[in-house]
Design a protein around this ligand. Structure first.
Ligand code: ATP
Length: 301
């Protein structure tokens, strides 16, 4: 496995605010990483530090196994961390030509990158005629001009309509399939679930989880239970809470959601309830969504 980026014990304080607190994780080549956390959890600060636009307070990070200086390493990185500025009266092609000149990279990639982001047909239209989604796609094309090893995106679908969001997500996956490693920050659970292979969950600058998205989802599972109409929900809740395989019980609409300590079947739980004279109208085992995992993590911390 090839390590693209390694972050160790990173801290960032803004005065009394601890924006990043003892954060460590590695980025391996070929994966799609999501840094997931609510607003203010330190996602943008982390990206700013590794891109050398924010100074760290302490800790370290190294690109490409420390084989080059950060300055040189960043030539192999493509990043969009702010809303990009393009010239409104220039076409997509002209804007990208200008960026190639500024960055000192070859112009030969321009058409190819415009095709990657589905803007080739519109390449001669002025930037000011573009929708927000098209502007964001042009930003991605510009970040790809140097054929980066890794593409870094901060909230890539912010402000877009569902169609625009869908298109950006498809493009990110396509870029990853081409072998480019991706690191994106997002506060959207379903975005990370849909795009990413790996997730680093942050809260208040601290790491709560770091690992594969599918492993996080494929934990011990949850069982949905609903009391039978003629029996008391209170009795059911008490019985569930007393059960040794129960990790937690939460009410969601008219269902009780039981998080499990171990991977037991719905039939096993049903037998326990039956033995305790409790009838249920609904009892289904399912895998928890990333959202449920995320809520569970944040509840327990
Ligand atoms: P968002 O999506 O809202 O940007 P985030 O997860 O990216 O959230 P950061 O922007 O990294 O989080 O912010 C982390 C914490 O650091 C927040 O409490 C924020 O208010 C604070 N912070 C960020 N930048 C600065 C700054 N330049 N000066 C002071 N505090 C800052």
């Amino acid at each position: 496995m090839e390590t693209i980026l390694s972050i160790k014990n990173l801290h960032k304080n803004y005065g009394k605010i601890q924006a990043v607190n003892d954060l460590s994780f590695d980025i391996q080549k070929g994966n799609i990483y999501g840094i997931l956390g609510p607003n203010g959890s330190g996602k943008s600060t982390t990206l700013g530090i590794i891109l050398n636009v924010v100074n760290k307070t302490s800790g370290s990070f190294s690109w490409f196994n420390g084989t080059s200086t950060t300055h040189d390493a960043l030539k192999k990185v493509g990043a969009i961390i702010e809303r990009p500025n393009f010239y409104p009266y220039m076409t997509a092609t002209q804007n990208l030509e200008l960026i190639c000149k500024i960055k000192g990279v070859s112009r030969e990639n321009i058409d190819d990158k415009l095709k990657t982001v589905n803007l080739y047909e519109r390449r001669h239209d002025k930037f000011q005629t573009y929708s927000l989604g098209m502007k964001q796609r042009l930003a991605i094309a510009s970040a790809l001009l140097n054929n980066p090893e890794i593409l870094i995106l901060d909230e890539p679908t912010n402000g877009l309509d569902p169609q625009g969001i869908h298109e950006i997500r498809k493009i990110i996956k396509k870029i990853a399939q081409g072998g480019t490693t991706i690191l994106l920050a997002s506060h959207l659970l379903d975005e990370v679930e849909k795009i990413c292979t790996h997730v680093i969950v942050l809260r208040k600058g601290e790491k709560l989880y770091n690992g594969r998205v599918d492993t996080m989802i494929a934990s011990n599972g949850i069982i949905e239970v609903k009391a039978a109409e003629d029996s008391s929900e209170e009795n059911l809740i008490n019985a569930l809470k007393n059960y040794h395989e129960t990790a937690s019980v939460n009410k969601e609409d008219d269902l009780l959601i039981v998080q499990l300590e171990n991977d037991i079947s719905a039939a096993t739980l049903n037998r326990y309830l039956f033995e305790n004279n409790i009838a249920v109208a609904h009892l289904v085992k399912r895998k928890p969504s990333l959202e449920e995992q995320f809520l569970d993590l944040t509840r327990n911390n």
